[in-house]
Design a protein around this ligand. Structure first.
Ligand code: PLP
Length: 482
């Protein structure tokens, strides 16, 4: 006897849910990418109080179809070309659904042997795919923000100041700890410094060069300055695939510098790490294999539904020393097993490796490479069209599938907010969603291709929309272009 809903009823609703998902994936392109609603429209459809009595699953699924599905921003839409699209896939969705059915909590090997061992195996598969050394041991977190925080906590633990036991406050003998990253790095680096008690003021944003890569001489100079002032350099975070332009920091010489200085090197490859499964893109990231820790998000560009972030750390014993704390009720006696709770601050863990396993097996390494290559080729083609158009220019090199570009304006300071207005017009049309960025203080259009449903026809239609909408604005503005 089960106090859950009758299995037959659940089975029927699961079948219907499978149809809802498959229909959604098949027809998502019919929606505008951004739902045409105003803040509060969804909330108005939802009863203010919870139901006293249970409602039929069919009725709930009807409401899902009517109120929820149309009113999300459609990340699965072929015209979703904003941010780094969290690119789902059929196999990933199946893995996510199966994980929900099992509902295991992989905090200990004992609390789910299969979840623990599959996570280790999948992380090692991905390590091999990215051509990283065998001593990189991976585990899965929710996001790169968590992975970077955990990695930097290990870096802090390596310093001879016993922060774990004594903390940082009220210790005049402890110098300020300093973190170095480029002016293009993701804000998750700043947040890690804030959470770890370093203080935001002790994050050094190192200037980047003309191709948006961290400047090595600037990094060297700032470290020397900090040492001379009695501060303690803790870690450098180099980025392979920065958020705005996907630029790649010179990791190899940064690794040399870190080795000389005894500074922890963390590599943020949250986005572009996935491209490292293709040898030709891995070759763009020399030196990442020398990191003390590295993060890559399969949920950004390896067709795995959010959330799935893999953190590799070389010195797992150190990571455990930073985090392991075993209350009596969690003590188990299996020797030589991994207890995932020892590798970070959280206890409970979802069975995230199941979806990664599904994705890697269903597409195969070659299939994944083909998809990434196709998306990079689409990005290159868009870049070629931009370069060939006298009204536009690329704003940054295009190493992968993200393209940053600007209109050639009479006044590059863009006093008429041409780019913001153009971006808004592209998004208002319905079939596309692109999100701008700012480079050296100038608003920049940015298209990122990472969605399995996006084909050449969508990029062609997008370029047509961009040029047409720009023409409308140019007429509005008179002499808009240079
Ligand atoms: N690192 C880079 C380079 C990113 O672009 C992002 C997000 O886009 C992050 C880290 C943060 O990722 P998450 O949302 O998984 O925390």
């Amino acid at each position: 006897m089960s106090r859950d809903l009758p299995t037959g009823e659940v089975r029927r609703a699961l079948h219907r849910s499978a149809d809802l998902i498959a229909d959604y994936l098949e027809n998502v392109g019919d929606y505008p990418v951004l739902p045409r609603i105003a803040p509060g429209d969804v909330a108005r459809e939802l009863p203010a109080a919870p139901p006293d009595q249970g409602e039929p699953l069919d009725q709930i699924l009807d409401d899902y179809r009517r109120v929820i599905e149309p009113n999300v921003t459609h990340w699965n839409h072929p015209g979703f070309l904003a941010y780094f699209g969290i690119t789902g896939s059929g196999p990933g969705i199946i893995g996510e659904a199966l994980a929900a059915g099992l509902n295991v909590n992989a905090m200990l090997w004992r609390s789910s042997p299969a979840a623990t061992e599959l996570e280790e195996r999948c992380c090692d598969w991905l390590r091999q795919m990215m051509d990283l050394p065998a001593d990189f041991k991976g585990h899965i977190n929710d996001t790169a923000s968590t992975s970077t925080l955990v990695a930097l906590a290990a870096a802090r633990h390596r310093l001879p100041i016993d922060v774990r036991q004594q903390g940082l406050s009220g210790r005049p003998e402890v110098p300020p700890l300093v973190l170095y990253t480029s002016d293009q790095a993701h804000s998750s680096v700043d947040k890690a410094a804030i959470v770890l008690g370093l203080g935001h003021a002790n994050v050094r944003r190192i200037a980047s060069d003309e191709a948006f890569r961290m400047s090595l001489p600037a990094l060297e100079a700032v470290i020397a300055e900090d040492r001379a002032a009695g501060r303690l350099p803790m870690a450098v975070v180099a980025t392979a695939g920065t958020t705005s332009t996907t630029s790649i920091d010179p990791v190899e010489p940064i690794a040399d510098l870190c080795a000389r200085e005894g500074i922890w090197l963390h590599v943020d490859a949250a986005y572009a790490g996935s491209a490292a499964i293709c040898p030709e893109y891995r070759a763009l990231m020399p030196g990442i294999e020398r990191a003390d820790s590295l993060v890559v998000n399969p949920h950004k560009w390896l067709f795995t539904p959010v959330d799935c972030s893999v953190l590799y750390v070389r010195d797992v014993a150190l990571l455990k020393a930073a985090f392991s704390l075993i209350p009596e009720y969690l003590r188990t006696d299996e020797a030589g097993v991994t207890n995932l709770m020892d590798l970070g601050f959280q206890l409970g863990r979802r069975f995230r490796s199941l979806k990664l396993w599904m994705v890697i097996r269903a597409f195969g390494v070659e299939g994944l490479r083909d998809r990434i290559r196709e998306q990079c080729a689409l990005g290159r083609e868009l870049a070629d069209w931009i370069e060939a158009d006298p009204h536009f220019e690329l704003a940054a090199p295009v190493p992968f599938s993200t393209v940053c570009f600007q209109a050639r304006l009479a006044d590059p300071a863009d006093p008429g907010r041409f780019h913001d207005r153009l971006n808004a017009r592209i998004n208002a049309a319905g079939p596309f969603f692109v999100s701008p960025t700012a480079l050296r203080g100038r608003t920049t259009l940015r298209v990122t291709i990472g969605n399995l449903r996006t084909g050449r026809e969508h990029i062609e239609a997008l370029w047509k929309t961009i040029t047409e909408e720009a023409e409308v604005l140019r007429r509005e503005d008179g002499e808009g272009y240079s």
